[in-house]
Design a protein around this ligand. Structure first.
Ligand SMILES: [Zn+2]
Length: 172
């Protein structure tokens, strides 16, 4: 199951160690690829300069925070024509200096979007509402107002506070 989760980030990753803390799962992972392609000249290199570990947060599992400790290589570029002598190994699922996986970032943005808040179905039926009066419904600090058949959104709290209301604690 753990390998499945790691492989869903990248087929080139393997899990080296797995620890379970109070509210966290901590997975140590590394690439299984021998060569790393230099981002400056596209030449593959297998000459390791040094190793370091990146700490990246991933999607939670059963409300527990998931931390990936990624063993990352700093490589020598062996191409003498290249403008760089060394380069760091990059992973597609996280930005170069990111602290969260791209899929976690996208989940947070989706959760914070007011358009994703769902209302009980009867309130969405505009035909059942009078067309002259203003109608509004509220949910989690956001109101939906219908006026003459047009729907608009009103935030009753600043967006920064609303995020706290909408997001589960484990993603903060
Ligand atoms: Zn290079």
């Amino acid at each position: 199951m753990i390998n499945e989760l790691i492989k869903s980030l990248s087929m080139n990753l393997e899990c080296i160690d797995c620890k379970s803390k109070e509210n966290q799962y901590v997975f140590t992972v590394a690439s299984i690829e021998k060569d790393v392609v230099c981002p400056y000249c596209n030449n593959p290199s297998s000459k390791v300069h040094s190793l370091y570990q990146r700490e990246i947060q991933d999607l939670p599992i059963q409300d527990r925070q998931v931390i990936l400790l990624i063993n990352t290589r700093k490589m020598f570029c062996t191409n003498t024509e290249c403008s760089h002598k060394t380069f760091a190994e990059k992973f597609d699922f996280v930005d170069s200096h990111g602290k969260k996986t791209k899929r976690l970032v996208s989940k947070i943005l989706t959760a914070a979007s007011p358009a994703k808040i769902t209302f009980p179905p009867p309130l969405l039926k505009a035909s059942s509402l009078s067309t002259v009066d203003d109608r509004s419904v509220s949910h989690a600090g956001t109101s939906m107002v219908e006026r003459n058949g047009r729907i608009s959104w009103h935030h009753q709290v600043p967006l920064s506070e609303k995020k706290e209301l909408v997001l589960p604690s484990y993603v903060l």
